[in-house]
Write a protein that binds this ligand. Structure first.
Ligand code: ATP
Length: 760
């Protein structure tokens, strides 16, 4: 026996704590009308989790609390406690005894407890479902509800049978899984839409990242080129400086000595007593030639300076030309953009008014053409304003250079004439062989040598000028590369670079020129690539793609869980369907027997019916239980499995009565009792409560009923509320309920004879 006791306190008419112990297989509750017997059956439903107050004959939770009567004041709470013996573990918890308690307060707040711990309603329902007990189940038949199963709709009937077969647990699980599946599907579409939202951003960032990666690659290439170039250039400058210095210092020394010798020779000639006319002329010629040569040196220096300036200006212009032609730095005037905007706006305005899709598409094409044309037009445009100033300076410098060249030509002519006169005088003096000859000879030699030294110094000076330009270029290039590639490039160490080619610095200059051209090209490409803000782009791309990967993983997980939920639902469905089918067969066998026993023959059967969804209108779907076998079969569109129900077919002995509608009240009671008992036999619940189910039976049938009660009690505990002496006679324990003088229900153990006083 599973049911040990029930305790009511403040529940309906039971103002005081009242306990019923169920020590017998059959317990009967007896008492006069209105004493509170049915309240006990309702107390069972209440404590087992019934949510419909209406089915407990109330409107709100408060109606279940003792409302005061006679001397007794109204209570604040109604509580019912039911105690189960769980030594067989028919309830799947690890307790020998399970106490389920429910309390309702005046504010309609409910509390549920299992063995004293507060739990949720859901926990109570789950625990009981596993033992085929439910609040409104087949095992608690309320007063006047004996034929509830006959009155119920085919769908409700099916639900009752499912509960009796213990399928509610599966259905509960199925419902939960369906809810979870729905939620999972919602999550899937949310994640999908999130992924769709970030997709364009990822695509955009990916392009940016590709650009950045290309830029990094280009920078790497440029760094390699630059390092080799800079090392070689640095070495070239150092070596050239050294070489010039080595050549220049002995020449300067020699020039100094020659000047000294000349001075002395001239002194001799000037102080000589017999200084002749030719010597005078020689000194004057030498003086003039010296002057002309100094002047020429000055002009050469100016020429070199101007040439240097021209060189760097030309480079600047070239650079600015490249900038002006490059795509990246192209400038567009605001006026031209405003004009473009006006044109586009006009087209859009027109298109808006027309509201014609064709016209709209045409406008889109036109706008696209306008934009492409604008870009093409500006692509080839070069902003020459950048170059005007530099070009003007170049022109000025070129003019100065030209002037110097003219002066140089003129001075060279003068020098030539002086040299010719000088040579003529030299020949004349040679002929005369006077005593000043040694000094004169010295003057000639010094003049010749000094001319030689000067021209060598001049050429070195030229080289120095060129080197100066090379150094300036080098400095500028270094600064530019540092700006473009980072400061690390400035700290290059040519010894650590190119160790294999370290001695290879005497290569022809054109090789460096070639390298420089490559560097220039690479620099332009790098500037045009526009891969700036690389760190930010990479960071953002990584973040966004991490998020996408996370979402993708989440999506896979969700899809997997949706799949397994579907699988679970399918399993549960087939389990429910198989167990329902076999359960129904067993019920039918029992039903047939009980029915024949009750009616002394005849036949009864439960069958599954499939109502048809009929298509009334194109869009209107209507469910119609009753018409399923009407002649309107052509309009049937199919069976709706979810709306299956249970039909009851009866065939009374010796009567041509078929169908429930034609049964008398007593016959209905007998049929439903037979069915209820049959159901209980197939999957016996731990206990069955029958509240005056026998009310409509005559004496003969009362006996059969009592026999069946006894029969049933071998498998389930029975609590019968009855006025029927036959039923009472089968009870091991009898409880009497009376309405006390104070106004509340009272409980007392009674003997069979005492009980008979309330019997019919
Ligand atoms: P019958 O044999 O006629 O079916 P019964 O013994 O089953 O009667 P119940 O229907 O259980 O009687 O009890 C009804 C009694 O309970 C009524 O007298 C009703 O006034 C009383 N009752 C119901 N709710 C409350 C309540 N909240 N407070 C006090 N009394 C209540």
């Amino acid at each position: 026996m599973y049911l040990k006791s029930i305790e009511l306190s403040g529940f309906k008419s039971f103002a005081k704590k009242s306990e019923l112990n169920f020590t017998s297989k059959v317990s009967a509750i007896v008492g006069p009308n209105g004493s509170g017997k049915s309240n006990i059956a309702e107390a069972f439903r209440f404590v087992l989790g019934e949510q419909s107050i209406k089915s407990l004959r109330g409107k709100k939770g408060e109606d279940l609390i003792f409302n005061g009567a006679g001397d007794l004041p109204r209570g604040n709470r109604a509580g019912v406690k039911v105690v189960f013996d769980n030594s067989t573990k028919f309830l799947p918890v690890d307790y020998e005894e399970v106490i389920i308690e429910r309390v309702v307060h005046r504010d309609s707040v409910n509390e549920y407890m299992i063995n004293g711990s507060l739990v949720r309603l859901r926990d109570v329902i789950e625990l009981l479902a596993s033992a085929h007990i439910g609040a409104s189940g087949h095992h608690i038949i309320s007063q006047g509800e004996a034929d509830r199963i006959l009155n119920a709709s085919i769908k409700e009937r099916k639900a009752m049978i499912e509960e009796a077969l213990g399928l509610k647990m599966y259905q509960y699980k199925k419902n939960e899984s369906e809810k979870k599946l729905l939620k999972t599907k919602e999550n899937i579409s949310q994640v999908e839409s999130l992924r769709r939202e970030i997709l364009p951003h990822i695509k955009f960032l990916k392009k940016q990242v590709e650009k950045v990666e290309k830029t990094i690659e280009m920078k790497k290439e440029l760094t390699e080129l630059a390092l080799e170039y800079l090392c070689r250039e640095d070495e070239y400058i150092k070596q050239t400086e050294k070489r010039i210095e080595t050549l220049k210092s002995p020449l300067l020394e020699k020039e100094k000595n020659l000047d000294h010798e000349l001075k002395e020779a001239k002194n001799v000639l000037e102080t000589a007593k017999n200084k002749d006319e030719k010597s005078e002329e020689l000194i004057s010629l030498e003086h003039n030639l010296h002057k002309v040569r100094d002047e020429k040196d000055g002009l050469f220096r100016d020429f070199g300076r101007i040439d240097g300036e021209l060189n760097s200006l030309s480079k600047l212009v070239k650079k600015q030309m490249e900038v002006a032609h490059s795509y990246e730095h192209k400038q567009v005037s605001l006026v031209s953009i405003e004009t473009l905007y006006t044109e586009v706006e006009e087209k859009i305005k027109k298109a808006r008014i027309s509201r014609d899709v064709e016209a709209l598409l045409k406008t889109l094409d036109e706008v696209s053409y306008l934009l492409t044309d604008f870009i093409d037009h500006n692509k080839d445009k070069v902003d020459m304003s950048l170059l005007t100033d530099a070009n003007r300076d170049i022109e000025n410098l070129k003019a100065s250079k030209k002037q110097i060249e003219v002066s140089l030509d003129e001075i060279k002519g003068r020098e030539h004439k002086l040299t010719e006169a000088y040579n003529a005088l030299k020949t004349a003096i040679e002929k005369e062989k006077d005593k000043n000859r040694d000094a004169e000879k010295a003057v000639f030699r010094v003049m010749a040598e000094s001319g030689e030294v000067r021209s060598r110094l001049e050429s070195l000076h030229g080289e120095e000028n060129i080197l100066k330009m090379v150094k300036e270029d080098y400095k500028r290039e270094l600064a530019e590369l540092g700006h473009l590639l980072g400061a690390h490039i400035l700290k290059f160490d040519h010894l650590s670079f190119l160790p294999a080619q370290a001695g290879d610095f005497n290569e022809p200059r054109v090789n460096q020129e070639e390298r420089r051209r490559k560097i220039e090209k690479s620099k332009i490409r790098l500037e045009d690539s526009g891969g700036v803000g690389s760190a930010d782009v990479l960071k953002e791309y990584n973040e966004v793609s991490d998020r996408d990967a996370f979402l993708a993983k989440e999506l896979t997980d969700l899809e997997k869980s949706a799949e397994s939920l579907l699988e679970l639902i399918k399993d549960l469905d087939s389990r429910i369907s198989i167990e329902f089918k076999t359960g129904l067969e067993k019920i039918n066998t029992q039903f047939k027997e009980y029915f024949a026993l009750m009616f002394g023959g005849g036949e009864a059967k439960l069958s599954v019916s499939h109502p048809i969804i009929k298509k009334k209108k194109d869009t209107d779907l209507m469910l119609d239980d009753e018409d399923f076998d009407s002649p309107d079969v052509e309009s049937m569109t199919g069976e709706a499995e979810g709306n299956d129900g249970i039909e009851i077919e009866v065939n009374l002995p010796k009567k041509k009565v078929k169908g429930l509608m034609m049964l008398s009240g007593g016959e209905r009671a007998l049929t439903s009792i037979a069915l209820l008992f049959a159901i209980s036999q197939v999957n016996p619940p731990p206990f069955i409560i029958l509240d005056e189910t026998d009310a409509a039976l005559d004496e003969a049938n009362s006996k059969k009923y009592a026999d069946m009660v006894e029969n049933l009690s071998s498998r389930s505990q029975l609590i019968v509320i009855t006025h029927n002496r036959e039923t009472m006679s089968r009870a091991g324990v009898l409880y009497g309920v009376t309405m006390g003088n104070g106004g509340g229900s009272k409980l007392l153990s009674v003997s069979f004879d005492e009980a008979l006083t309330t019997a019919k």
